[in-house]
Ligand binder design. Structure first.
Ligand SMILES: *Cc1c(COP(=O)(O)O)cnc(C)c1O
Length: 459
């Protein structure tokens, strides 16, 4: 295997998958003709495909992790008591250990945490700054009449820029924003890593800087930490003075600068479901727990089975294992470099969980109004059976700053020969890219339109 290291640290240049396989699942492999019929029936929306018709599912890294033997083992000893379960105690201990936050509120996934937090804090007209809000985060804020404001650094919006921390927030803009909107900012956020901006990391220095500004203006600082372990590893290998520290140590420091966090544990929780809110102080906690009981469940399970809490307790620790993180970061670096060699531009540098193909640059003959990202994603399905996700004008409408196709990599699921096979097919697409045509949206739902919109190719 040749997933070369960013920096040489051991005897071997090759980074291996640091696990062996105990359980396997067959890959569905279809003919192009079958896929053409299936895609048409799905309204050219890849979210509407049956998974059994997808060979390589890169739609998301969320909830698609292969769990470890240790996680499956822990699930078997789960304590499914309605109240006061020992599994909750284990989960709470792990979350407290990593975050340092005393109050741990489990939810069934990230957006449930968002709905509870924003429901308690956001009133119409209020504004919430972040580097970039993710789609569900933005939608939950807007649904309450609030405004989600993105203040990522300028380098973060330039797909070719090689800045090591393109997820950073623009501290000058943030300070200016806080000054101008005094009294209407109920909380300040930061997403690590920055999913919408290309899975790009945020530096410790930047988190520290944002924390100081939020503190100066008396604004609570809440981190969106879906990929805190990947972010910590990027800090270790890219930020000055951090290379000797453990990813865990860096994570602990990261959390120390904020007042709390929300997490979709379907990412760096290495599990298939789950999320949580964790808070340093007791403010809001009883209000959040009451709202949790109303819609999610009792505070010691929050909409999850105890076995899910067990899987998370183990998974959150495994995500900080540096052999795992080294391999994890190498996956997207390998795919990014492979695509670039074929003349397919990607957001630089490769993100932690995904590679983002820059469809606007790759397909200059398709204007953004004809969804070049959607057109490319559809062709990748037809040619290779790949399911990828458009992050551009379909997802964000007029708020889109780039036209990207995201290949998000499930954790511990695919191997290097899968990636090599995919790269062969992508090379063929690159050769005939002039034949690709734009799309028109023929059905548009009111919220989160990318999940259910329907399209037609423009002939
Ligand atoms: C996935 C994700 C969410 C939402 O979490 P779900 O578990 O999908 O509800 C929020 N923020 C970011 C950055 C995410 O990646």
């Amino acid at each position: 295997m040749s997933m070369n290291k960013e920096k040489e640290t051991r005897d071997h240049r090759t980074i291996i998958e640091p696990f062996k396989i105990k359980m396997v699942e067959p890959l569905p492999i279809l003919e192009r003709g079958e896929r053409e019929r299936i895609l048409k029936d799905a309204g050219f929306n890849l979210f509407l495909l049956a998974a059994k018709n997808v060979t390589f599912d890169f739609l998301t890294d969320s909830g698609t992790t292969a769990m470890s033997a240790a996680q499956w083992g822990a699930m078997m000893i789960a304590d499914e008591s309605y109240a006061g379960s020992q599994s909750f105690e284990r989960f709470e201990r792990v979350v407290r250990g990593i975050t340092g936050y005393k109050n741990v509120i489990p939810t069934h996934q990230g957006r449930a945490a968002e709905r509870l937090m924003f429901g308690a804090l956001v009133k119409p007209g209020m504004k919430i700054p972040s580097n970039n809000h993710f789609d569900t985060t933005r939608a939950n804020i807007e649904q309450l009449g609030g405004q989600a404001v993105d203040l990522v650094i300028a380098e973060g919006k330039d797909p070719a820029n090689l800045h090591p921390f393109k997820g950073n927030i623009d501290l000058e803009k943030l300070e200016d924003f806080c000054e101008k909107n005094k009294g209407s900012i109920p909380m300040g956020m930061m997403t690590i890593t920055n999913n919408t901006g290309g899975g790009q990391p945020v530096s410790l220095e930047n988190i520290r800087g944002a924390a100081a500004i939020y503190k100066k203006y008396g604004i609570p600082f809440i981190l969106d930490v879906c990929r805190f372990a990947e972010n910590s590893y990027f800090i270790k290998i890219r930020e000055k003075g951090q290379s000797e520290r453990s990813a865990r140590d860096i994570a602990v420091e990261t959390f120390s600068y904020a007042d709390g966090c929300m997490m979709s544990a379907k990412k760096d929780g290495l599990s298939n479901i789950g999320g949580f809110i964790a808070l340093k102080a007791d403010t809001w906690v009883s209000e959040l727990r009451n709202a949790l009981i109303l819609t999610e469940g009792f505070p010691t399970y929050g909409g999850l089975a105890a076995r899910d809490l067990e899987a998370l307790a183990v998974g959150l620790e495994e995500a900080l294992d540096e052999r795992y993180l080294e391999y994890r970061i190498a996956v997207s670096r390998y795919m990014g470099a492979g695509l670039n060699q074929l003349g397919i531009p990607t957001v630089q540098p490769a993100g932690g969980h995904a590679v983002y193909v820059d469809a606007k640059t790759f397909l200059p003959h398709i204007p953004p109004a004809q969804f070049p990202g959607q057109a490319l994603a559809c062709e990748m399905y037809l040619a290779e059976g790949i399911r990828a996700c458009e992050i551009g004008s379909v997802m964000f409408g007029k708020n889109a700053s780039m036209e990207l196709v995201r290949l998000a990599f499930p954790r511990r699921v695919y191997t290097q020969s899968h990636f090599d096979y995919i790269l062969e097919g992508m090379g063929e697409i690159a050769k005939r890219k002039q034949e690709l045509r734009g799309m028109r949206m023929v059905y548009e739902p009111p919220f989160l339109r990318h999940f259910t919109a329907r399209f037609e190719p423009i002939s």
